[in-house]
Design a protein around this ligand. Structure first.
Ligand code: PMT
Length: 427
């Protein structure tokens, strides 16, 4: 398996001799399945040409903050939003100082300031510069802000001296970036995710459904698996590839989704209901194709089971996260759904008018009893990772007695597992 499959890595190259190694870094990141875009500073271009990075990344290199043509194609905000991880390699002492002080006077500093993804910095400089208290303070500040510092390594340096200051080798940087995605936040947890639409048959060839593509649910399943969880994904009809390390169960109707969820839920700590489940189905499914004999046709619909509400009502319910797809009064409607279905958390999104359903990007307002968090418009993969981090944090913060109950449940389930066949073990 390619450890960075489908990940968007934005590589910032600054002006140090180690920039030549970043060309190999791009090659290795792509070998691991990542999509790579490169931003170079003016100083970096003194060491390596943009053409090298363009050829290796397969994309034009981004150079200028004030180039109207480039900004129109993919400006600094779009680049920042696109990135799952921003890696600065090599990062010179000067560039590190500039991001510490929040500068935004060239493209790369502006991207750093606008980026809400994980940021990693691979310093490369003379060992005396690395040891200088000014640099040491800057590194400390970045670490406090959550920036990952990768290296430097010790060894002979381009300046002829020897000591700490060498940029990590490309293979080491690829491993470190891969590790950024494998957070372990849900290690040992069992998670059930529903995704996609359901189809409610009218006759053998027609059905009622909706515009869900499954992307949001598949992204949540991927993020949960990367966070170390055992994930089962119950999916309606979609044309998406099963995420790595996820056990997928395909269903068609709401009734089938309900049955599949109930069959597996006893083994789960967390239920995330992303599917756009049809609320109603035809009361009768015609056995033969309906003929167009009359001018009008009325269909009688009957209510489908509410899967999420049913799971939340279980005596030993898992941590339940619902999604609310709303076209108006988003927050109040979502809060009402959270209350009515007795959920631990709800993620509200605006839908319709090219929002939410069948889009690459989405934005969420995550609500729980004691708090809320806005997740700005971004790719669904990145959004899903942010949501999973919130879920992991909320789960961690549940009261002691709740935690105890869950732990007892996990122990009980694991004991049960040892007597079950492999069907109950998500892969
Ligand atoms: O699949 P994509 O194209 O990526 O689009 C993503 C999405 C817009 C479908 C997703 O982000 C989303 O909003 N999913 C929930 C859609 C929905 O059905 O919302 P709702 O407000 O109608 O339902 C509230 C909650 O109850 C949801 O968690 C839903 O899964 C659940 N539900 C609803 C009805 C039902 N019979 N059973 C349920 O479990």
């Amino acid at each position: 398996m390619n450890g960075l499959s489908g990940k968007h890595i934005l590589l910032g190259v600054t002006g140090g001799i180690a920039a030549y190694k970043s060309a190999e870094l791009v090659r290795q990141l792509r070998q691991q399945g990542a999509e790579v875009r490169v931003v170079m500073t003016a100083a970096a271009m003194e060491f390596v040409t943009p053409l090298t990075f363009q050829a290796l990344s397969g994309h034009p290199v981004h150079l200028d903050l004030l180039d109207t043509g480039a900004e129109a194609a993919m400006g600094h905000i779009e680049l920042a939003r696109w990135a799952d991880t921003l890696l600065i390699a090599p990062a010179t002492a000067d560039f590190i100082a500039r991001i510490v002080s929040g500068r935004a006077d060239d493209l790369l500093t502006a991207v750093c300031l606008a980026c809400d993804a994980a940021v990693a910095v691979a310093p490369a400089m003379n060992s005396v510069m690395w040891g200088n208290p000014a640099t040491a303070n800057n590194i400390l500040t970045l670490e406090k802000r959550g920036v990952r510092i990768l290296g430097p390594a010790e060894g002979s340096l381009a300046c002829g001296e020897s000591g700490p200051g060498r940029m990590l080798e490309p293979a080491q940087l690829v491993s470190a970036v891969t590790a950024l995605f494998n957070t372990g936040l849900l290690a040992g947890r069992r998670v059930l995710v529903t995704a996609g639409p359901t189809r409610e048959a009218i006759d053998p060839v027609r059905y009622i459904s909706n515009r869900s593509s499954g992307r949001m649910g598949f992204a949540v399943a991927t993020a949960a698996a990367e966070a170390g969880a055992n994930v089962v994904l119950v999916s309606g009809p979609v044309s998406l590839t099963t995420p790595a390390r996820v056990r997928r169960i395909d269903v068609e109707s709401a009734a089938e989704m309900h049955a599949a969820v109930m069959n597996d839920i006893a083994y789960c700590d967390i239920f995330i209901s992303v599917a756009a489940v049809a609320d109603y189905r035809p009361a009768i499914t015609a056995q033969q194709k309906l003929k167009k004999t009359a001018a009008t046709l009325s269909l009688e619909l009957t209510r489908n089971p509410d899967i999420l509400a049913a799971v939340a009502a279980l005596p030993d319910a898992p941590f339940c996260v619902g999604f609310a797809a709303e076209t108006q009064a988003i927050d109040s409607n979502a809060r009402e759904k959270m209350r009515a279905k007795n959920l631990d958390m709800i993620a509200a999104n605006a839908v319709g008018q090219q929002q939410g359903f069948d889009q690459e990007d989405n934005a969420l307002h995550v609500l729980w009893a004691q708090g809320e968090q806005q997740l700005a418009l971004t790719g669904k993969a990145k959004l899903a990772r942010q949501l999973v981090a919130i879920i992991a944090e909320r789960l961690e913060n549940t009261t002691r007695s709740e935690t105890k109950t869950r732990q007892q449940k996990v122990v009980r389930i694991h004991a049960k597992d040892s007597t079950q066949d492999s069907r109950s073990t998500p892969r």
